[in-house]
Design a protein around this ligand. Structure first.
Ligand SMILES: [Zn+2]
Length: 255
């Protein structure tokens, strides 16, 4: 450690002639405060002042469930723990596709190439589930598929696409972790169910009467309170009721 460059740097720091109180400081952030964000930026050779250019910000605006948006975000940033990716990160695993037992499993293989996975898209097309004829077969990588679909400016297509991708991922997990068979029809039905659930939920949130909250048409309640008359006056309060041929009345006189 005697000649270590860091030690030499520390020894090279000039000691101020006048003593100053110690204080915390962090040179990578303008606030002098440590933040993991500033460390991350330095790890990517960027300054904290650089405004990152996130290409997939639009994902957060898709009208879909938050967990699906998060999944799509991970997917576009190669952060989905799929076998091929785990192998690249040096995990000692079998990286083959658990569905077709063919190629190395990647997101593009799962969603665009896998012969069994492809059947989900064919079924969706056959059932006219998408508002336009749509199949990602031959389109790669998936991030480009998403970008292209976005350029169509058909929010419902992007929304349904997000449900189908999510459903394929869930079905893949059932194969990988529960030894289940990949069922393309079940996968499509699951996507349709989630889509229907979201539609119902958004209808309920728009209609307060369906939420069980008081509707806006119900009459407001006014409480009536007795007030004494001015000095020198007497107030008469009366009420009456009629039932068949019988009637009754009552009076209260108060000053
Ligand atoms: Zn496969």
């Amino acid at each position: 450690m005697g000649n270590h460059p860091i030690l030499k740097k520390i020894q090279g720091i000039a000691i101020p002639p006048h003593s100053k109180p110690d204080s915390f400081c962090w040179g990578l952030d303008n606030s002098d405060t440590f933040s993991t964000k500033s460390v991350t930026w330095i790890a990517y050779d960027k300054s904290i002042n650089d405004s990152p250019d996130w290409n997939y910000k639009w994902i957060w605006k898709i009208d879909t469930m938050p967990k699906i948006k998060f999944f799509l975000w991970q997917l576009c940033h190669k952060a989905v723990p799929i076998r091929g990716m785990l192998l690249k990160r040096r995990l000692n695993i079998d990286a083959g596709c658990p569905i077709c037992m063919g190629d190395i499993e990647s997101i593009d293989h799962l969603l665009c190439e896998c012969p069994i996975g492809k059947k989900v898209w064919e079924l969706a097309d056959k059932h006219h589930w998408f508002p336009i004829q749509f199949s990602p077969g031959g389109w790669q990588p998936l991030t480009e598929v998403l970008q292209r679909v976005r350029s169509y400016r058909k929010p419902q297509l992007l929304q349904k696409l997000s449900f189908l991708i999510w459903s394929i991922w869930k079905e893949r997990n059932a194969v990988a972790f529960e030894n289940k068979f990949f069922n393309p029809l079940k996968c499509l039905i699951k996507a349709k169910k989630v889509y229907a659930e979201l539609r119902i939920r958004s209808c309920i949130s728009d209609d307060s009467s369906l939420r069980g909250a008081p509707s806006s048409s119900s009459k407001p309640v006014h409480l009536i309170k007795w007030h004494p008359p001015p000095p020198g006056f007497v107030k008469i309060n009366f009420d009456g009721s009629l039932l068949n041929s019988s009637a009754a009345g009552g009076y209260v006189l108060r000053d």
